[in-house]
Design a protein around this ligand. Sequence first.
Ligand code: SF4
Ligand code: SF4
Length: 387
Amino acid sequence: MQNIKGIIKNLGVQCLEQEIREYALEIGFDDVGFTTADPFPQLTEALEERKEGYSWISNGLLQLAHVADPKFVLPAARSIVVLIYDYYKQGYPQEFEGRIGKSYQSRLYYGKNRLFGNRLRLFRDYLESKGMEVGVRPAMAERQAAARAGLGYFGCNTFIYSPGRGSYIGIVAMAVSGELEPTTAKIERTCLDDCSRCVDACPTGALYAPYKMDPFRCIAFNSYGAGNFPGAPEDILPEIRPKMKGWIYGCDHCQDACPHNQARLKQKLVPDAFLHEIVPKFDLPILLNMDDRYFFETVQQLMYGYIWEKKFIQRNAAIALGNSGDEAAIGPLSKALQDQQELVRRYSAWALGRIGGKKGKAALEKTLAGERESAVADEIKAALENC
Ligand code: SF4
Ligand code: SF4
């Protein structure tokens, strides 16, 4: 027998789910789905199994179990509304290729006075106007919710693939108190047979098996998490640093290698004017020696709320300059050996050791005599051995 919603639909009367969907598309989202507010037991199991690598979640605002239970964000939750936003609508500057991940360039900020944040606020207000309570982050299993709502499938690289869009998508899941008809999980498509391109493309072995990723080896995670997130390693492992090459924020290798993303990567799109304008401001020597004002006014605009201290971007810029092997970086790195932050001095020493040569050696020797922090002095001595 047809349920009441089916009968209403056949009579041409819009149901609430349809209204929600139309509103979301109207304000700029690209797909919408619904699922129940039941927990995600598979996520709990996976996080428990690898809890060492995810201790930074437990040590932060969240508990592992909470991430998998929508009722943590909203005790009255009965459904989850999932929104998909395609962030590959404008062209990304070539200069940021291999340097800043596309998702960070796309500025999917939740904050006030941000386009994406305002869009979310509008949508949340809309749901509340329909009489529903709404709960969002910090703890929502967004990828799992998207898969259960039938909006996409997991690739072996752990990203969700939206049909026709690939994995360059932002996902937002909102727990709501209303009972909404779940969208059917109709997407069966999984990874191509025998494909391991994402695993093969990962430079650090962080993606060590299909669907398994070690965040502590991941370039993206290290670029914003190391030393910054509670529970994450204080330092970027020495063997990971050379593999970061020019990345200073994020990493796209495991997505860019995927056959399902190739059509998107070949699109001819209108350039993102904002990004093209800020390219010269993200020059590595400038980032390495920037002041607080420059960081907050210029650089923080792309930091997605993950990085609030400039020293982490300075550290990443030092690594990238060291990896460039370019002697022109010796001047800026020598200057950074005098930075107030011990972290910046240490990584600048590492970078000078990586570039090596007479000039790099001279800069390191000159600084060693006056360096009072033993951790920095040790890094300088280690760098001198490489020169
Ligand atoms: S983001 Fe980069 S480092 Fe991290 S798993 Fe993907 S390819 Fe590996
Ligand atoms: S690269 Fe291959 S294995 Fe990896 S997500 Fe894409 S289709 Fe799946």
